[in-house]
Design a protein around this ligand. Structure first.
Ligand code: ZN
Length: 306
């Protein structure tokens, strides 16, 4: 019996989204061939990956690991895979490969993960070209370069079980013109994705998004989200209209913790805002975890500009 959640036959969620844990979602594709198991991202916590053995999969059979981008919450536990299979191959875009192969230099990131023990890995294959194909057995993954969140973000497209599945990393991550983020590049990347008929998006910090029409809405929603987030972070952190719009977009996308966060921040600026209070009420019905992201972001960006 398979305990893992199945997306389509032979495609599994190894590490599902958990809003209370600082980690990314991890997916696994069984190639049913000598190419073994393909993991998409590894995240930080290795325990859920060991859990595949309960379903009869062999950790030694993980032969390939596709890394979506150079943020440690996506590749931190890669080195542990080598303990089971020293020949495992790691894949990442060449523009993020250097970050992955080196010690963390960003002091903010280093501080967040100060207690996290990890070892450096070498990228076995650096993806250089947009639409490059990786073949594992009879399966093909198309590497779509989607810079914006980071310069070397990659989404891996797989057609299987009659579905086009996109493993997209932090597609809905921030794309602020700051420390490797780039809004203009992000918007172009998303335009590229909108032209592909994607049935399911499997990304880093949410449950899979499907069907195709929801995927379109999701991508368009995040394009708007990041445009407005740039305005808040870089132009005017006290722009209450934009904050409330961000809260609304987050609500529509189903990211209720963000809705709360934007509204709470808006209330600090305008304590009587009825619109913020109403949105908080609506978001709370979904019991989201409490996050304090927006304030940290603004402090960080404004701090670095001083
Ligand atoms: Zn990221």
């Amino acid at each position: 019996m398979i305990l893992l959640r199945t997306i389509v036959d032979n495609v599994y969620i190894v590490k599902p989204y958990d809003p209370n844990v600082n980690d990314c979602c991890v997916y696994m594709v069984d190639t049913k061939s000598d190419a073994g198991l393909v993991l998409i991202d590894v995240g930080l916590n290795f325990e859920p990956i060991q859990g595949i053995e309960k379903d009869g999969f062999d950790l030694k059979n993980i032969k390939h690991c596709l890394i979506t981008h150079g943020h440690i919450d996506h590749y931190g536990a890669c080195y542990k895979l080598k303990e089971y299979n020293k020949d495992i191959k790691f894949y990442a875009h060449e523009l993020d490969a250097e970050v992955i192969e080196q010690e963390i230099t960003n002091p903010y990131i280093a501080q967040i993960y100060a207690d996290y023990k990890y070892e450096l890995i070498k990228i076995s294959k650096k993806i250089k070209n947009d639409n490059e194909i990786l073949k594992f057995g009879s399966l093909q993954f198309r590497c779509i370069h989607i810079p914006g969140h980071t310069p070397g973000s990659v989404a891996y497209l797989l057609e299987l079980g009659g579905k086009r599945i996109l493993f997209a990393g932090d597609l809905p991550g921030t794309a602020i013109n700051y420390q490797g983020g780039n809004l203009e590049a992000y918007l172009k990347s998303m335009q590229k994705l909108l032209k592909i008929n994607i049935d399911i998006v499997c990304e880093g910090h949410e449950d899979p998004i499907q069907p195709a029409e929801k995927v379109l809405k999701f991508i368009k929603g995040y394009m708007k989200f990041n445009e407005k987030l740039n305005r808040i972070a870089l132009e005017n952190p006290y722009d209450i209209e934009t904050l409330l719009e961000l809260a609304k977009i987050s609500y529509k996308i189903g990211f209720y913790e963000n809705t709360l966060d934007f509204c709470n921040y808006a209330l600090e600026i305008e304590p009587d805002s009825d619109r913020a209070k109403m949105l908080i009420k609506q978001a709370k019905k979904h019991n989201p975890p409490k996050i304090e992201y927006i304030k940290n972001l603004i402090n960080r960006v404004s701090g670095s500009q001083n």
